[in-house]
Design a protein around this ligand. Structure first.
Ligand SMILES: NC(=O)c1ccc[n+]([C@@H]2O[C@H](COP(=O)([O-])OP(=O)(O)OC[C@H]3O[C@@H](n4cnc5c(N)ncnc54)[C@H](O)[C@@H]3O)[C@@H](O)[C@H]2O)c1
Ligand SMILES: O=C(O)C(=O)C[C@]1(C(=O)O)C=C[C@@H](O)C=C1
Length: 363
């Protein structure tokens, strides 16, 4: 039996547990300090067993996944390495920053275990085990950050296990990881939060800001609703990278200020053109909970019960939705729903069914 221990069965830990659970020869054990959480994990069927004892979860494990906030990773590595670990046990983490946890693992005696940093590049603004999904990592990149002293057979064993996540494994060094992920994930989270707070300020004196906020504002600010503790830890941990990135960001906004001050329409057009070209090169392949390649948009009258009506109609025809999202909903005007499916066939069937029922569908 391969024993997998998961510390921190939240969005990411729970999604990993669901990817592994029920696979041949695998048993998944979840850990939480709180007895009520332990009960919840088992009741929800996310893990095979759960315990409040760190020792019980860690000892005998072939793989240990640390899925707690970044600020707690070093404590967990230190605490776990004091137990009697199975020789060759692989300790890995899912933290959104990699350099500090790698340095911590390198600085202590792991008692025969091997540490390999990891980071699945998929997630959501939601948190907790309630948001976990076995599909979260499908088609996403999953970064591993071994260094030159990491035994190759351990890296291979971890890669073999991660096949169950259906993610694409990519090996990057920890420092480059923090630099790149700082730019494509941490900086956007700061910008989204700053933007929402800016508008929240205006809204205090005029609530029309909130009412009129439509697709553009929602698209760019979804991640502003992310977990405060998780993001506090990420940003503080990667602060030296982020301070430099914010300087570059200030230079970008200064460029816009200059274009406006000088009424330089050509430069504005050029900025949109270049951004649009780069953006369109990005493949729409990150499915996870939120992203799906098999999406369609449905115009719906904005009245109570419409979501239930559509889901029932699809369910009655054996068409399974993977996600449903309200893109736009305003008083007295039609709203837009994004419907996501797991494959093209289900999408085609749904579009046919809903069109036959008189809905207007867009791709
Ligand atoms: N949210 C994302 O999109 C995302 C994506 C990839 C990686 N990550 C990383 O995954 C890790 C977990 O994030 P998540 O989104 O699953 O968060 P989450 O809040 O859903 O889960 C965190 C888990 O850690 C536990 N925990 C243990 N000690 C804790 C403490 N002191 N404070 C708070 N929680 C504690 C919580 O009970 C919970 O089970 C983080 O290191 C994060 O950087 C997050
Ligand atoms: O999709 C989201 O909501 C995410 O924030 C996922 C996201 C990202 O920024 O892309 C967030 C943090 C990670 O560590 C990896 C992925």
């Amino acid at each position: 039996m391969t024993k997998i221990a998961i510390f921190g069965v939240g969005l990411i830990g729970g999604s990993l547990a669901l990817s592994f659970k029920g696979k041949p020869g695998i048993t998944v054990v979840g850990h939480s300090n709180r007895p009520e959480s332990v009960e919840k994990y088992v009741q929800r069927g996310v893990v095979d067993e759960a315990t409040t004892s760190m020792r019980e979860a860690a000892e005998g494990a072939d793989f240990i996944f640390l899925c707690v906030p970044v600020g707690k990773l070093a404590d967990y590595v230190q605490e776990i390495s004091r137990f009697h670990l199975k020789p060759g046990c692989i300790i890995t983490d899912v933290g959104s920053t990699k350099a500090s946890v790698a340095a911590c693992a390198k600085s202590i005696d792991l008692n025969g275990a091997v540490f390999i940093g990891g980071h699945p590049m998929a997630g959501s603004e939601r948190s907790g085990v309630e948001a976990a999904s076995s599909y979260l990592f499908e088609n996403a990149f999953y970064v591993l950050t071994p260094d030159s002293s990491t035994p190759q057979d351990a890296v291979d064993r971890l890669k073999e296990l991660l096949v169950y996540t259906k993610a694409h494994i990519v090996v990057v060094d920890a420092v480059s990881h923090d630099q790149i992920v700082g730019a494509i994930s941490h900086l956007p989270h700061m910008i989204a939060v700053a933007l929402v707070n800016q508008i929240r300020g205006y809204n205090e004196t005029n609530p029309l800001y909130e009412s009129l906020a439509a697709g553009g504002f929602r698209d760019i600010t979804r991640i502003a609703a992310s977990d405060p503790v998780v993001w506090r830890d990420i940003l503080i941990n990667n602060r030296s990278v982020l301070l430099k990135l914010l300087q570059d960001w200030n230079a970008e906004t200064a460029r816009f200020m200059h274009m406006l001050e000088t009424e330089d329409g050509e430069a504005i057009q050029q900025a949109f053109l270049e951004a649009g070209r780069f953006r369109s090169r990005m493949p729409e392949r990150r499915k996870g909970v939120i992203h799906s390649t098999y999406d369609c948009y449905v115009d719906v009258p904005d009245h109570p019960g419409i979501i239930g009506k559509i889901t029932t109609e699809l369910g009655n025809n054996s068409i399974n939705l993977s996600n449903i999202q309200i893109i736009e909903s305003r008083e007295d005007v039609p709203g837009v729903l994004r419907l996501s499916f797991r494959n093209q066939e289900q999408l085609d069937q749904a579009m046919e069914q809903l069109a036959a029922s008189g809905y207007t569908i867009h791709l």
